[in-house]
Design a protein around this ligand. Sequence first.
Ligand code: C2E
Ligand code: CA
Ligand code: CA
Ligand code: CA
Length: 278
Amino acid sequence: AKQRRNTFVFFEAEMTRQSGERLHLVSLLRRAVPRPHETFGVLYQPQVRLEDGVRTGSEALLRWTLPDRGPVPPDLFIPLAEETGLIVPLGEWVLAQACAHGAAWSPGAALSVAVNVSALQFARTDFAATVRCWLERSGLDPARLELELTERVVLDDVGRSAARMAELRALGVRLALDDFGTGYSSLSCLSRLPLDTLKVDRSFVRGVHADAASGAVVRAIVGLARSFGLRTVAEGIETPEEYRALRDLGCETGQGYLLGLPEAPAAGEGAGPSGARG
Ligand code: C2E
Ligand code: CA
Ligand code: CA
Ligand code: CA
C-alpha cells in the first residue's frame, strides 16, 4: 500500500511537472507567433514519382527552435497551437512562406508545394480568401499548391467541408486527404469530397513489403484512389524494400527519409521578413 501511494505521488508530481511545462510552452508560443521569423522556419521534404524517381514537389513542414532549448518537436507544439487558436496566424505564415518559396523554385520545373491545413484554419469562412491572397502576392501558379487536410478536418461536417473544398478548388489549388486510412473515412464521404490526392499514412508503409496486412491495405487504398481518379502519395518511406513494394502496388508518388529529409529552402529563395503580413 505504501508503495502504491508513492507511485501515485510520483505520477501526481509528474503530471504537475508536465502541465507546468505545457503552460510554459504555451506562453512561449504566444510570444513567438507574432514574430514568426525569429524562431519558426519551414522545411521542405521532397516528393518523388516512384516509377522513375523524378521529383514532383515537396511538403512544407513547420519547425520551431527555441534559442535556449533547441528544436521543439512538431507533435508537441502543433497541438498546443491548435488548442490555443495560435495555429490560425501561424498556419497562415506557413502558407505565405510556402507560396513564396514555391514561386521561387525554378518555374519551368513546375514543382508542387504541399501545405498542411489545420481544422481551425479550414473552418474559417475567410480561408479561401486567405489562400487567394497569398497566391496573388507570391505569383505562385495555383495548380502548384496542394492543401493537405486530414480526415478529422473534413469529416466533421461533410456537407460544409465539400462546399469549402469546392471554393478552394475554384481557385485552382489541389486538395489532398492526409494520413489516409487512420481515421474513420467512409467510402460515401470520399465520393462526395472534391479531392485530388490520397496520402497513404506511414503506419501502412512501415513494413509494407513484408506484412501481408499492410500490403492489403495499401492495395485497397490505391484501388480506391484509382476508381475515384485520385493520385496517391505514400509517406514515411524509409527502405528500398518499402519503395519497391509501394511502386509495385501502383502507388504513384512517395516521400520519406529514403527519398529526402525535410530541407531548408535554397539560399536567396522566397520570403524575407516582409513576406508575411501581421
Ligand atoms: P504529417 O503531415 O503526417 O507530416 C509528415 C511527418 O512525417 C513529418 O513529421 C515528417 O518529418 C515525417 N517524416 C517524413 N519522412 C519520414 C520517414 O521516412 N519516417 C518517419 N518516421 N517520419 C517521416 P513532422 O515534421 O514532425 O510533423 C509532424 C506533424 O505535424 C505533421 O504530420 C503534421 O500533422 C503537423 N505539421 C507539420 N507542419 C505543419 C503545419 O505547417 N501546419 C499544421 N497544421 N500542421 C503541421
Ligand atoms: Ca501532411
Ligand atoms: Ca501525413
Ligand atoms: Ca501524421
